[in-house]
Design a protein around this ligand. Structure first.
Ligand SMILES: Nc1ncnc2c1ncn2[C@@H]1O[C@H](COP(=O)(O)OP(=O)(O)O)[C@@H](O)[C@H]1O
Ligand SMILES: [Mg+2]
Length: 238
């Protein structure tokens, strides 16, 4: 695809952000990347499991002691279910978190801690608003800043890039955008690469025809973005 490669984990693991309006084609594109990753955890706040990987409850990480026990739990889950997992949030929270947004952040963090300490894993988080805004929680921050050296890659899917700190996006090796409706989001992406101005004119995914959306792909250091044709269903599944 496009001749661009994303190193999901292992030596020189990379970071990727995928922006785009709801329904534009982000998740299906992300899934095509996850299927090629040697090992990954896919955090699935919408509980759709579009990748079709074995599902694990995020609360298992919350209720496991911090530190190495969390990494050991992840290693055991990989051994039991295979190298790619979908991790789903509990809906309402429990204990101190019951009924609060902090519950989602805490679950994403507990899994990030496990991935960071386990190493050699891609940490992917879909619909990540609330987790990526302002300063990231501690372990997600460590994946962003130190993951590369430890073989822990990062894939983040923010719907509203204008609320994500610029440096968080601009320091990623790969930044992808599907259709964006809001001028503020296009402006933020243009701070990364002016070529993202075209994000406002892209076609979105078409479920009827079974094709994804058009997208723009920026590789760190490049002056221009690459405009990519929609993935067809079969490519997305390959
Ligand atoms: N590459 C693709 N091949 C076939 N259908 C696709 C593809 N990309 C998107 N679609 C269709 O469009 C819908 C929305 O895409 P999705 O990736 O879930 O959007 P987003 O994550 O941006 O909200 C999917 O449920 C699917 O029906
Ligand atoms: Mg999605």
């Amino acid at each position: 695809m496009s001749g661009i490669t994303f190193r999901a984990c292992g030596r020189e693991a990379q970071r990727m952000f995928i922006a785009g309006q709801s329904g534009s084609g982000k998740t299906v594109f992300a899934v095509s990347i996850l299927r090629r990753a040697p090992r990954c955890v896919y955090i699935d706040p919408k509980r759709e499991n579009k990748p079709g990987f074995p599902v694990v409850a995020a609360t298992r990480f919350l209720t496991t002691a911090e530190g190495e026990p969390r990494a050991a739990l992840l290693a055991a889950l990989f051994a039991q279910h295979g190298p790619r997992l979908t991790i789903q949030f509990g809906a309402a929270g429990h204990g101190q978190y019951r009924g609060t947004d902090a519950f989602h952040r805490a679950q994403a963090e507990a899994v990030a801690e496990a991935a960071f300490l386990h190493r050699n894993t891609l940490y992917a988080i879909d619909d990540a608003m609330g987790v990526l805004e302002s300063s990231p929680p501690f372990w997600i921050g460590r994946i962003l800043t130190e993951g590369r050296a430890l073989g822990v890659g990062f894939l983040g899917i923010p719907q509203r890039p204008h609320r994500v700190p610029l440096t968080m996006i601009s320091e990623a090796q790969h930044v992808v955008s599907f259709y964006l409706a809001l001028a503020a989001d296009v402006a933020r992406m243009c701070e990364v690469n002016p070529g993202f101005a075209a994000a406002h004119d892209l076609a979105t995914a078409d479920p009827e025809k079974g094709i994804g959306g058009e997208f723009l792909w920026h590789v760190q250091g490049a002056k221009t973005v690459q405009r990519c044709a929609p993935l067809r269903g079969s490519e997305a599944a390959a």
